[in-house]
Write a new protein. Structure first.
Length: 170
């Protein structure tokens, strides 16, 4: 697998790796993970990160960890997840630490990932399941061009979610 190179003015992107585990575990143990089924325990955090790493091998794409330029401190993850080949890949994102909220990192990461999804992966569309009470993620989905599909039924693993559809064009 060729390792993708992504970078923006403020962010570096790389595949998830073992050094992310302490950062990701802190996120998983916190209330910040409530909109994705958490908080989780340490074993669940390990399994979730291992799954994120393995997704790249199994699908050839996945979620990037994005880091602050200069410090290379992990800020969160952004990318695509595809559990079933019968559905479009799902775009997912998380800012791992509350202190990094509200600085535009997720939007910047999302714009970069969408460009990568179009130019490198050639994906025609993406979806996003977002907890209906997660107003910050709903606003981000809309900023990134997601259109709410009010008719879509939520999946069993996220019963309080709404679906956004992203049509990708070059």
């Amino acid at each position: 697998m060729q390792i993708p190179q992504l970078e923006t003015k403020r962010l570096l992107f790389r595949l998830p790796c073992r050094s992310d585990l302490p950062w990701y575990t802190r996120y998983c143990l916190s209330e910040r993970s409530q909109y994705v089924g958490g908080p989780f325990n340490e074993v669940q955090a390990f399994e979730k990160l291992a799954s994120m790493i393995g997704h790249w091998e199994l699908r050839g794409f996945g979620r990037f960890v994005f880091l602050e330029h200069g410090t290379e401190r992990p800020l969160g993850h952004f990318g695509a997840l595809q559990l079933s080949s019968s559905e479009p890949p799902e775009i997912t994102w998380t800012i791992w630490d509350e202190m990094d909220e509200g600085k535009g990192f997720a939007t910047e990461a999302g714009v970069a990932f969408k460009s990568y999804a179009i130019q490198t992966l050639g994906l025609p569309n993406l979806i996003a399941h977002v907890d209906c009470n997660n107003s910050a993620s709903r606003r981000l989905a809309e900023r990134l061009g997601g259109e709410l599909d009010a008719e879509a039924a939520p999946p069993s693993w996220l019963p309080r979610s709404v679906l956004y559809r992203f049509r990708l064009t070059a």
